[in-house]
Write a protein that binds this ligand. Structure first.
Ligand code: ATP
Length: 257
Protein backbone atom coordinates (compact mmCIF):
# COMPACT_ATOMS: atom_id res chain seq x y z
CA UNK A 1 0.00 0.00 0.00
CA UNK A 2 1.40 3.44 -0.87
CA UNK A 3 1.62 5.92 1.96
CA UNK A 4 -0.29 9.14 1.20
CA UNK A 5 1.82 12.30 1.05
CA UNK A 6 -0.61 13.96 3.48
CA UNK A 7 -3.24 12.21 5.61
CA UNK A 8 -5.66 13.82 8.06
CA UNK A 9 -7.80 11.62 10.29
CA UNK A 10 -10.62 12.95 12.40
CA UNK A 11 -8.92 16.31 12.96
CA UNK A 12 -10.77 18.71 15.26
CA UNK A 13 -10.03 22.28 16.28
CA UNK A 14 -12.09 24.79 18.19
CA UNK A 15 -11.59 28.42 19.16
CA UNK A 16 -13.50 29.19 22.34
CA UNK A 17 -17.01 27.84 21.92
CA UNK A 18 -16.64 27.66 18.14
CA UNK A 19 -15.86 24.26 16.62
CA UNK A 20 -14.07 25.06 13.35
CA UNK A 21 -12.72 21.64 12.31
CA UNK A 22 -15.25 18.97 13.06
CA UNK A 23 -13.49 15.72 12.22
CA UNK A 24 -11.58 16.28 8.98
CA UNK A 25 -10.65 13.13 7.04
CA UNK A 26 -8.57 13.77 3.95
CA UNK A 27 -5.78 12.11 2.01
CA UNK A 28 -3.56 13.59 -0.68
CA UNK A 29 -1.51 11.20 -2.81
CA UNK A 30 2.08 11.93 -3.82
CA UNK A 31 2.14 14.06 -6.99
CA UNK A 32 -1.57 14.78 -6.80
CA UNK A 33 -3.15 18.23 -7.10
CA UNK A 34 -6.03 18.50 -4.65
CA UNK A 35 -8.26 21.57 -4.54
CA UNK A 36 -10.33 22.25 -1.42
CA UNK A 37 -13.45 24.30 -2.07
CA UNK A 38 -15.89 25.70 0.46
CA UNK A 39 -17.52 28.89 1.63
CA UNK A 40 -16.01 31.62 3.78
CA UNK A 41 -15.33 30.61 7.35
CA UNK A 42 -15.72 26.86 6.77
CA UNK A 43 -12.22 26.10 8.08
CA UNK A 44 -10.07 25.90 4.94
CA UNK A 45 -7.26 28.12 6.23
CA UNK A 46 -7.38 26.57 9.70
CA UNK A 47 -6.92 23.16 8.04
CA UNK A 48 -3.87 24.33 6.05
CA UNK A 49 -2.36 26.01 9.10
CA UNK A 50 -2.87 22.79 11.06
CA UNK A 51 -0.99 20.79 8.41
CA UNK A 52 1.86 23.32 8.57
CA UNK A 53 1.89 23.15 12.37
CA UNK A 54 1.06 26.84 12.74
CA UNK A 55 -2.02 25.68 14.67
CA UNK A 56 -2.24 22.57 16.86
CA UNK A 57 -5.41 20.51 16.45
CA UNK A 58 -7.36 19.51 19.55
CA UNK A 59 -7.51 15.89 18.43
CA UNK A 60 -6.96 13.64 15.46
CA UNK A 61 -3.94 12.77 13.39
CA UNK A 62 -2.00 14.60 10.67
CA UNK A 63 0.68 12.64 8.85
CA UNK A 64 3.11 13.79 6.18
CA UNK A 65 4.93 10.92 4.44
CA UNK A 66 3.57 8.61 7.12
CA UNK A 67 5.05 10.65 10.00
CA UNK A 68 2.75 12.09 12.65
CA UNK A 69 3.28 15.86 12.72
CA UNK A 70 0.96 17.08 15.45
CA UNK A 71 3.49 16.57 18.24
CA UNK A 72 6.81 17.46 16.60
CA UNK A 73 9.59 19.28 18.44
CA UNK A 74 10.75 22.57 16.94
CA UNK A 75 13.79 21.16 15.14
CA UNK A 76 11.77 18.33 13.58
CA UNK A 77 9.08 20.82 12.61
CA UNK A 78 11.67 23.02 10.91
CA UNK A 79 12.82 19.99 8.89
CA UNK A 80 9.20 19.24 7.97
CA UNK A 81 8.60 22.83 6.86
CA UNK A 82 11.42 22.45 4.33
CA UNK A 83 9.12 20.10 2.41
CA UNK A 84 6.56 22.89 1.94
CA UNK A 85 6.30 25.86 -0.36
CA UNK A 86 3.44 28.29 0.05
CA UNK A 87 1.75 30.90 -2.09
CA UNK A 88 -0.10 33.13 0.32
CA UNK A 89 -3.33 34.96 -0.31
CA UNK A 90 -2.34 38.48 -1.47
CA UNK A 91 1.21 37.21 -2.27
CA UNK A 92 2.52 38.61 1.09
CA UNK A 93 5.76 40.06 -0.28
CA UNK A 94 8.15 42.24 1.73
CA UNK A 95 8.09 45.74 0.25
CA UNK A 96 11.44 46.58 1.86
CA UNK A 97 13.15 43.85 -0.17
CA UNK A 98 13.73 43.73 -3.92
CA UNK A 99 11.75 41.20 -5.94
CA UNK A 100 14.69 38.77 -6.22
CA UNK A 101 15.37 39.05 -2.47
CA UNK A 102 11.75 38.08 -1.81
CA UNK A 103 12.11 35.03 -4.05
CA UNK A 104 15.46 34.10 -2.49
CA UNK A 105 14.33 34.76 1.09
CA UNK A 106 13.91 31.10 2.08
CA UNK A 107 17.10 30.07 0.30
CA UNK A 108 19.18 32.64 2.18
CA UNK A 109 17.43 32.59 5.57
CA UNK A 110 16.27 28.96 5.68
CA UNK A 111 18.84 27.08 3.62
CA UNK A 112 21.77 29.50 4.33
CA UNK A 113 22.69 29.71 0.66
CA UNK A 114 25.23 32.39 -0.39
CA UNK A 115 23.43 35.49 -1.76
CA UNK A 116 24.99 35.30 -5.23
CA UNK A 117 23.89 31.68 -5.71
CA UNK A 118 20.43 32.42 -4.28
CA UNK A 119 20.08 35.36 -6.66
CA UNK A 120 20.90 33.15 -9.64
CA UNK A 121 18.18 30.70 -8.61
CA UNK A 122 15.71 33.53 -7.92
CA UNK A 123 16.25 35.01 -11.38
CA UNK A 124 15.80 31.56 -12.95
CA UNK A 125 12.56 30.97 -10.99
CA UNK A 126 11.30 34.42 -11.99
CA UNK A 127 11.99 33.38 -15.59
CA UNK A 128 9.93 30.20 -15.03
CA UNK A 129 6.91 32.36 -14.14
CA UNK A 130 7.46 34.72 -17.09
CA UNK A 131 9.26 37.61 -15.39
CA UNK A 132 12.53 38.93 -16.80
CA UNK A 133 15.74 39.82 -14.88
CA UNK A 134 14.78 43.52 -14.99
CA UNK A 135 11.85 42.75 -12.67
CA UNK A 136 14.21 41.11 -10.18
CA UNK A 137 15.65 44.48 -9.20
CA UNK A 138 12.28 46.21 -8.63
CA UNK A 139 10.39 46.63 -5.38
CA UNK A 140 7.14 44.59 -5.08
CA UNK A 141 5.24 47.89 -4.70
CA UNK A 142 6.13 48.69 -8.33
CA UNK A 143 4.34 45.56 -9.63
CA UNK A 144 0.72 44.89 -10.59
CA UNK A 145 -1.32 42.36 -8.58
CA UNK A 146 -0.82 39.69 -11.25
CA UNK A 147 2.95 40.22 -11.28
CA UNK A 148 3.03 40.07 -7.49
CA UNK A 149 1.26 36.70 -7.64
CA UNK A 150 3.90 35.49 -10.10
CA UNK A 151 6.64 36.60 -7.70
CA UNK A 152 4.82 34.79 -4.87
CA UNK A 153 4.71 31.69 -7.05
CA UNK A 154 8.43 31.99 -7.88
CA UNK A 155 9.13 32.22 -4.14
CA UNK A 156 6.92 29.18 -3.44
CA UNK A 157 8.90 27.03 -5.91
CA UNK A 158 12.36 28.50 -5.22
CA UNK A 159 13.43 25.79 -2.80
CA UNK A 160 11.93 23.03 -4.99
CA UNK A 161 9.47 21.90 -2.33
CA UNK A 162 7.81 18.48 -2.31
CA UNK A 163 4.45 19.98 -1.33
CA UNK A 164 3.02 23.36 -2.33
CA UNK A 165 0.04 25.07 -0.74
CA UNK A 166 -1.84 27.70 -2.70
CA UNK A 167 -4.14 29.88 -0.62
CA UNK A 168 -6.72 31.59 -2.86
CA UNK A 169 -4.18 32.01 -5.71
CA UNK A 170 -6.53 33.92 -8.04
CA UNK A 171 -8.32 36.21 -5.58
CA UNK A 172 -8.31 39.82 -6.78
CA UNK A 173 -7.14 39.02 -10.33
CA UNK A 174 -9.08 39.60 -13.53
CA UNK A 175 -10.23 36.36 -15.24
CA UNK A 176 -7.47 36.43 -17.85
CA UNK A 177 -4.66 37.01 -15.36
CA UNK A 178 -6.28 34.38 -13.11
CA UNK A 179 -6.06 31.90 -15.97
CA UNK A 180 -2.41 32.78 -16.56
CA UNK A 181 -1.67 32.12 -12.88
CA UNK A 182 -3.64 28.84 -12.98
CA UNK A 183 -1.60 27.68 -15.98
CA UNK A 184 1.65 28.65 -14.29
CA UNK A 185 0.61 26.74 -11.17
CA UNK A 186 -0.16 23.61 -13.22
CA UNK A 187 3.16 23.92 -15.08
CA UNK A 188 5.29 24.60 -11.98
CA UNK A 189 3.72 21.75 -10.02
CA UNK A 190 4.25 19.38 -12.97
CA UNK A 191 7.87 20.49 -13.48
CA UNK A 192 8.66 19.92 -9.80
CA UNK A 193 6.66 16.69 -9.55
CA UNK A 194 5.23 18.25 -6.39
CA UNK A 195 2.08 17.47 -4.44
CA UNK A 196 -0.26 20.48 -4.42
CA UNK A 197 -3.09 21.56 -2.14
CA UNK A 198 -5.04 24.65 -3.17
CA UNK A 199 -7.87 26.35 -1.35
CA UNK A 200 -10.15 28.50 -3.40
CA UNK A 201 -13.67 29.78 -4.01
CA UNK A 202 -12.89 30.16 -7.70
CA UNK A 203 -14.45 27.24 -9.60
CA UNK A 204 -12.67 28.10 -12.87
CA UNK A 205 -9.40 27.82 -10.98
CA UNK A 206 -10.45 24.57 -9.28
CA UNK A 207 -11.38 23.01 -12.61
CA UNK A 208 -8.05 23.99 -14.13
CA UNK A 209 -5.74 23.07 -11.27
CA UNK A 210 -7.33 20.02 -9.67
CA UNK A 211 -6.89 16.32 -10.21
CA UNK A 212 -9.28 15.86 -7.32
CA UNK A 213 -11.62 18.26 -5.51
CA UNK A 214 -12.72 18.10 -1.87
CA UNK A 215 -15.53 20.20 -0.48
CA UNK A 216 -15.44 21.38 3.12
CA UNK A 217 -18.61 22.41 4.93
CA UNK A 218 -18.97 23.16 8.62
CA UNK A 219 -15.50 21.81 9.33
CA UNK A 220 -16.00 18.45 7.61
CA UNK A 221 -15.08 17.11 4.19
CA UNK A 222 -18.50 16.34 2.76
CA UNK A 223 -17.46 15.27 -0.75
CA UNK A 224 -14.33 14.30 -2.65
CA UNK A 225 -14.09 13.25 -6.25
CA UNK A 226 -12.31 13.69 -9.54
CA UNK A 227 -12.41 17.22 -10.92
CA UNK A 228 -14.21 15.93 -14.02
CA UNK A 229 -17.07 14.66 -11.81
CA UNK A 230 -17.71 17.98 -10.07
CA UNK A 231 -20.79 18.73 -12.19
CA UNK A 232 -22.27 15.29 -11.46
CA UNK A 233 -21.38 14.98 -7.79
CA UNK A 234 -24.87 13.93 -6.75
CA UNK A 235 -24.33 16.12 -3.69
CA UNK A 236 -26.73 19.04 -3.20
CA UNK A 237 -24.16 21.07 -1.19
CA UNK A 238 -21.53 20.71 -3.91
CA UNK A 239 -24.08 21.54 -6.62
CA UNK A 240 -25.16 24.71 -4.84
CA UNK A 241 -21.57 25.86 -4.32
CA UNK A 242 -20.42 25.03 -7.86
CA UNK A 243 -23.34 26.93 -9.38
CA UNK A 244 -23.23 29.76 -6.83
CA UNK A 245 -26.91 29.53 -5.95
CA UNK A 246 -28.35 31.40 -2.97
CA UNK A 247 -31.00 28.68 -2.56
CA UNK A 248 -30.06 25.23 -1.34
CA UNK A 249 -28.96 23.34 1.75
CA UNK A 250 -26.07 25.75 2.48
CA UNK A 251 -27.44 28.57 4.57
CA UNK A 252 -25.30 31.71 4.79
CA UNK A 253 -25.06 33.22 8.23
CA UNK A 254 -25.93 36.84 7.62
CA UNK A 255 -25.64 39.06 10.64
CA UNK A 256 -27.97 42.04 10.87
CA UNK A 257 -25.97 45.25 10.55
N1 ATP B 1 -6.71 32.13 15.43
C1 ATP B 1 -8.05 32.13 15.47
N2 ATP B 1 -8.72 32.49 16.60
C2 ATP B 1 -10.07 32.46 16.64
N3 ATP B 1 -10.85 32.11 15.60
C3 ATP B 1 -10.26 31.76 14.46
C4 ATP B 1 -8.82 31.75 14.33
N4 ATP B 1 -8.52 31.35 13.08
C5 ATP B 1 -9.70 31.12 12.45
N5 ATP B 1 -10.74 31.36 13.28
C6 ATP B 1 -12.16 31.20 12.95
O1 ATP B 1 -12.34 29.94 12.33
C7 ATP B 1 -13.32 30.01 11.30
C8 ATP B 1 -12.77 29.42 10.03
O2 ATP B 1 -11.73 30.27 9.55
P1 ATP B 1 -10.89 29.97 8.23
O3 ATP B 1 -9.94 31.12 8.10
O4 ATP B 1 -10.32 28.61 8.26
O5 ATP B 1 -12.01 30.07 7.12
P2 ATP B 1 -11.86 29.87 5.55
O6 ATP B 1 -12.70 28.70 5.19
O7 ATP B 1 -10.42 29.81 5.16
O8 ATP B 1 -12.57 31.20 5.05
P3 ATP B 1 -12.19 32.24 3.88
O9 ATP B 1 -12.55 31.53 2.61
O10 ATP B 1 -13.10 33.39 4.14
O11 ATP B 1 -10.74 32.58 3.98
C9 ATP B 1 -13.72 31.48 11.19
O12 ATP B 1 -14.94 31.65 11.86
C10 ATP B 1 -12.62 32.21 11.91
O13 ATP B 1 -13.10 33.37 12.52
Amino acid sequence: MTVPKIALKNVTKHFGPKKVLNGIDLEVAKGESLVVIGGSGTGKSVMLKSILGLLTPDSGSIQVDGVETTRLRSREREKLLHKFGMLFQGAALFDSLKVWENVAFGLIQGSHMPRSQAKEIAVAKLGAVGLGPDVAELSPAELSGGMQKRVGLARAIADEPEIIFFDEPTTGLDPIMADVINELIVQCVKDLGATAVTITHDMASARKIADRIAMIYQGRIIWTGHARDIDNSGNAYVDQFVHGRADGPIKMQIKAL
